[in-house]
Ligand binder design. Structure first.
Ligand code: PAF
Length: 303
């Protein structure tokens, strides 16, 4: 397994693999790998000749008050896991490699503080409409940060197929739209959520590491709400407003859980559904203590 930190070297490896007609599978991550990531890596390993995993905690997708500084970084453990999973290349660029600072000089008469964050990347990729609701309402920097970094990673790794988890459903839909709108020649696969065993069914996330034992118990409300909402749909509920109101009430009944959103949406344009027909996205975001958790489920009419 190679560990590559330079974009140019990564591009050369990708070019040489492509010259040999090798299929490149790519799993972009921010590290702190868990079984959710490993399920993507496993699928990518099975379906490609070469497998690249990137590990880069992307500052552009965090708002100033979010957990960029404390985001878990466990490179040694991640490297071991990648080695065990048969990864060929870990691409882990330094911050200055991905976002070189602008070469400001004293005589430019520009105070560096005024361009601190923006100086990292003057070109951004923005997907409109489907980024405005759900997580987009609560994390204003998030999607533009994600689509910008994923584009940069795609240009470095040059994958044939890229793998994302359904856990970040809106992110996956946004990236899919970006790939199609910008004619990127990349196949995208979205793989199912991996949950902790047991009835609490907590969706795996690197941020679960922030939860204390009491908060971990409270976090069970996410899967419980989704599971009951899905049962209500199975039993004939078709009123999206009534269903999302029930989801909100079920979560708000727990004083330790702060609701961000509980929505019943269209699965592609992510707009609230008033009348549910054959398919719906049930999506939740909450805060428990300092931890933000999201979860979702797709409901489809049987048959
Ligand atoms: O889902 C993630 O881990 C990140 O948002 C991603 C896609 C690696 C971009 O930084």
């Amino acid at each position: 397994m190679e560990i590559i930190s330079k974009i140019k070297t990564m591009q050369e490896i990708a070019d040489s693999l492509r010259r040999e007609n090798k299929k490149i599978g790519f799993v972009p991550t921010m590290g702190a790998l868990h079984q959710g990531h490993l399920s993507l890596i496993k699928a990518a390993r099975e379906q490609n000749d070469a497998l690249v995993v990137s590990i880069f905690v992307n500052p552009l997708q965090f708002s100033p008050e979010e957990d960029y500084e404390s985001y878990p970084q466990v490179m040694e453990k991640d490297t071991e896991l990648c080695e065990q999973m048969g990864v060929d290349v870990i691409f882990c660029p330094e911050m200055a490699e991905m976002y070189p600072p602008l070469p400001l000089r004293e005589r430019d008469g520009v105070r560096e503080t005024t361009v601190e964050r923006q100086s990292m990347c003057l070109t951004t990729v923005h997907v409109s409409e489907i980024t405005s609701g759900l997580c987009g309402l609560f994390r204003p920097c998030f999607f533009q940060g994600v689509t910008t970094v994923v584009t940069k990673l795609f240009h470095a790794v040059k994958p044939h197929t890229a793998y994302f988890g359904q856990k970040d459903y809106q992110q996956a839909v946004v990236i899919k739209k970006m790939i199609s709108d910008l004619n990127m020649d990349i196949e995208m696969q979205i793989l199912p959520i991996i949950r902790e065993k047991g009835e609490k069914g907590l969706a795996l996330s690197s941020r679960n590491a922030y939860l204390n034992p009491e908060e971990r118990i409270q976090a069970g409300i996410l899967f419980e709400t989704l599971r009951i909402a899905k049962l209500m749909l199975d039993n004939g509920e078709r009123d999206g407003v009534r269903l999302s109101s029930w989801m909100k009430e079920n979560i708000e009944a727990n004083p330790l859980v702060l609701l961000e959103y509980a929505e019943v949406c269209d699965t592609e344009i992510l707009k609230p559904l008033f009348q549910i027909e054959t398919r719906a996205l049930l999506a939740l975001a909450v805060r428990i203590g300092k931890t933000r958790l999201i979860d979702n489920m797709i409901w489809e009419q049987a048959g």
